[in-house]
Design a protein around this ligand. Structure first.
Ligand code: IPT
Length: 346
């Protein structure tokens, strides 16, 4: 039997639609009903249809691909998000071109969008922390590209898909408060990151709402090593703190390690993200879950079938062993801690 490659005609015949519909599914899926898109993708999978990208590019066609302009994939959350976007795009017959800029300023982002345009991509997910003004400027200057933003202030006037940080942050503080904690260490993400800022403000709000005001703040860079270093510094400054509220699980990993080194395992720790590894931290991490698989699915759906402008996804507190009732120190313990703190300052 001869093994000829399936053509778009074959796909149309199997899906029971016209050739024009197939081409619309590939080039402007938002104009086609979701059921028809599914039938066409199903036929493509069955026939193992492979588009000839070079011919499409030469013909100046918009490719069945989306762009993902992402924060560094060395971080757990953006890499989970990229994996999810890839999975859900693939299920819709779409390729994903990932651009990972080293900066998030206007020229760098404009260059990333120009690169997408050069590859005939007209739908792009942007998972980089951007101020509203910059996001709005990019949308104005690239009207031919449909941009969806994942890390911008909620009030921005552009299409966004964000997690509800307020409920997650409040749940963490209320949980620790109910366990008797009153002296907090807030370990925020980098000051330039929108999500870090939002989380810090929401923790402070929730703390004040409970009538508390005892918190010291430090800023990490999302990495485990910054979690380790900041914890040592924060405890030297305030040895009596009993709970560390951390802006992501990766930094929380470093916090747990520092507390083990300092023999301060009685201090409660909470993270943020609930990446799949977090339940295997020692102790298993209490954290705020952001469902990155759902985020990827909704992001791809939003680009192929545009709907509402601002979507807020829920967050959920996951309680594990790293948060516990505040330990009541014996006077002797308290004295030892004071001596250690003094020694650390020498
Ligand atoms: C955000 C993560 O919560 C955080 O852990 C860090 O990885 C950051 O991304 C990197 O940019 S999630 C983002 C969609 C706000």
């Amino acid at each position: 039997m001869s093994r000829h490659s399936a053509t778009l005609d074959d796909v149309a015949r199997l899906a029971g639609v016209s050739l024009q519909t197939v081409s619309r599914v590939l080039n402007s899926p938002h104009k086609v009903a979701a059921r028809t898109q599914d039938a066409v993708h199903q036929a493509m999978r069955e026939l193992r249809y492979v588009p000839n990208r070079s011919a499409q590019l030469l013909a100046g066609k918009v490719l069945p691909a989306i762009g993902l302009i992402s924060a560094s994939l060395t971080f757990h959350a953006p890499s989970q998000i990229a994996a999810s976007v890839k999975k859900h795009a693939q299920a819709r017959g779409l390729d994903v071109v990932i651009v990972m800029p080293d900066k998030a300023d206007h020229p760098t982002l404009q260059a990333a969008l120009t690169e997408c345009r050069a590859q005939n991509i007209r739908s792009v997910i942007i998972n980089l922390p951007l101020e509203s003004q910059l996001a709005e400027q990019l949308v104005r200057e690239n009207a031919d590209i449909h941009c969806l933003f994942l890390d911008i202030p909620p009030e921005s006037e552009v299409t966004s898909l964000l997690f509800d940080h307020r409920s997650g942050c409040r749940a963490v503080i209320d949980h620790l408060w109910a366990l008797g904690h009153r002296e907090f260490g807030f370990l925020a993400g980098p000051e330039s990151a929108i999500s870090a800022r939002l989380r810090l403000h929401a923790w402070r709000d929730a703390l004040h709402r409970n009538g508390g005001h005892q918190a010291i703040t430090a800023f990490g860079d999302w990495s485990a090593s910054s979690g380790f270093t900041r914890t040592v510094e924060m405890l030297a400054k305030k040895p009596t703190l009993s709970a560390m509220v951390v802006a992501n699980d990766q930094m929380a990993l470093g916090v747990l390690s520092a507390l083990a080194h300092l023999h301060r395992r009685e201090i409660s720790v909470t993270g943020y993200d609930d990446t799949p590894d977090s339940q295997y931290f020692q102790p298993a991490l209490t954290t705020v879950a952001q469902d990155f698989d759902l985020l990827g699915e909704r992001a791809v759906a939003c680009l192929t079938t545009p709907g509402q402008r601002h979507t807020l996804l829920p967050t959920r507190l996951v309680v594990r062993q790293s948060s516990a009732p505040k330990a009541n120190p014996t006077p002797r313990d308290a004295l030892i801690e004071q001596i250690k703190a003094l020694a650390a300052q020498l």
